[in-house]
Design a protein around this ligand. Structure first.
Ligand code: RB5
Length: 149
């Protein structure tokens, strides 16, 4: 069965989201569009929270968010337990976000990268496994309710 991947954006990421939806569909994923549906002005938390909740509860393994800078979407998504939403602006960051940080949400800064760059970043993020090992311990420490002093 095809992996379901939710994708969502605000108005700033709408156009790029549409392009990436087509790309993910062509790659064989079951794409779940969680909005927005036009370039009309919207509030990014309204889209980040529902998608992040799906990842947080384990309904889906991973998802994709887009806004102008990637920052607002990542702030909102990272408030959900077990979510590691990484803003990636090039392929190296996307690769390291997977290898070292096990990023389960890719956040793209739509106003700062081209469509071709977004496609490359998405592909690298999709294809790169988590390295585990010493990174496992570090990622586990993120989940502590009381961070060590
Ligand atoms: C929308 O204008 C913009 O603020 C938003 O897309 C995002 O960049 C916020 O972090």
């Amino acid at each position: 069965m095809a992996e379901r991947i939710p994708i969502a954006s605000d108005h700033a990421g709408f156009e790029m989201k549409e392009k990436l939806k087509a790309r993910l569909t062509a790659l064989g994923y079951d794409v779940q569009d969680m909005g927005t549906s036009s370039e009309a002005s919207t509030d990014y938390p309204d889209y980040a929270h529902p998608l992040a909740e799906e990842v947080s509860t384990g309904e889906v393994k991973r998802g994709v968010l887009l806004c102008g800078t990637g920052l607002g979407m990542s702030y909102a998504a990272n408030r959900h337990a077990h979510v590691r939403a990484a803003v990636a602006w090039n392929a190296d960051v996307a690769r390291l976000a997977r290898q070292h940080n096990d990023a389960n949400i890719l956040v793209l800064p739509a106003r700062c990268i081209s469509e071709a760059e977004a496609e490359t970043i998405l592909q690298v993020w999709l294809d790169t496994p988590f390295e585990g090992g010493r990174h496992e311990r570090r990622v586990e420490k993120i989940e502590l309710e009381e961070p060590p002093k």
